[in-house]
Design a protein around this ligand. Structure first.
Ligand SMILES: C[S@@+](CC[C@H](N)C(=O)[O-])C[C@H]1O[C@@H](n2cnc3c(N)ncnc32)[C@H](O)[C@@H]1O
Length: 265
């Protein structure tokens, strides 16, 4: 992995308040979290014990969609809001299909950068950058990204479980910037939390995010589908994550997140 100019100011880790990446890490069984993250994550579990399963099912969606992209010939991936390294990261899934697949991870949380870089120290086709989904044009112009990603060729862009941390206007701007930037044949892989599958518990579960900087925007199926305006939405359209092209009978049944994949015509 190449070095970049991103600075790590570890004093900004803000371990005294919960952070999305670390709450999610706790649900996935990771160790990179602090007491406020665990308290927030446990609140969610107390409201609905299936929330860690929803996080795992979201990861499983991400992996199925990355495999679909790689099997359809895509060899470059940009994963924005990548999160802390977990089992089956994008580069591991894609490079199983082609070891030359190139992956750029971006996240705005410094803890993700430090852990990502440790994981990728030996990997020359993968890098991790500081990047914000609210400033995708800036990220897409970074020389470190352009060393690996050729926007003249199809690319898979992942906005998985990240748009619910930004306002509607910013989320729509982000997907529009992706559409404008990528070549025909490119894919947009996306998921977003929703209240529709658990209407009676969603408001209480959403309090999990009250003390974070971002809060959360739960969205309806129709609102998530709007992110694919201008994209050809692949079958089965926007679905609860375990129902998006399930691969086996062991798939779960949570209803906390919607997912979809769009193709640029
Ligand atoms: C729930 S995790 C999802 C991780 C991974 N995409 C997945 O679905 O397994 C959300 C990630 O988005 C990151 N994030 C939140 N707001 C962001 C923003 N404005 N720009 C970039 N990343 C952001 C968080 O730091 C966190 O790592």
């Amino acid at each position: 992995m190449q070095q970049t100019g991103d600075e790590f100011d570890l004093t900004k880790l803000q371990t005294d308040r919960p952070h999305p990446a670390r709450i999610y890490d706790y649900w996935l069984g990771g160790k990179d979290n602090f007491p406020p993250d665990r308290a927030a994550a446990e609140h969610a579990i107390s409201v609905s014990a299936d929330i860690p399963a929803a996080a795992r099912e979201n990861r499983a969606f991400l992996q199925r969609a990355v495999r679909l992209a790689a099997r359809s010939g895509i060899r470059q991936f940009v994963d924005v809001g990548a999160g802390l390294p977990s089992a089956g990261n994008v580069h591991q899934v894609a490079q199983e299909i082609d070891p030359q697949a190139r992956v750029v991870y971006a996240d705005n949380d410094p803890i993700v950068l430090t852990h990502g870089r440790a994981l990728l120290a030996e990997n020359r086709t993968t890098t991790v950058l500081r990047g914000d989904v609210r400033e995708l044009d800036r990220l897409f112009e970074r020389p470190e990204l352009l060393d690996l990603i050729d926007f003249e060729q199809p690319v898979a862009v992942l906005l998985v479980a990240v748009l619910h941390f930004v306002a509607d206007e910013q989320a729509h701007k982000a997907v529009r910037q992706v559409l404008d930037r990528v070549a025909p044949g490119s894919l947009l892989l996306l998921s977003n939390s929703t209240h529709e599958g658990n209407p009676e518990r969603a408001a209480e579960a959403a309090k999990t995010w009250d003390k974070t900087e971002t809060g959360i925007r739960l969205r309806t199926r129709a609102e998530v589908a709007e992110f694919f305006d201008g994209w050809e939405l692949l079958e089965p359209g926007v679905e609860f994550v375990p129902l998006w092209r399930p691969e086996g009978p062991t798939e779960g049944s949570t209803r906390w997140m919607y997912a979809g994949v769009g193709r640029k015509a």
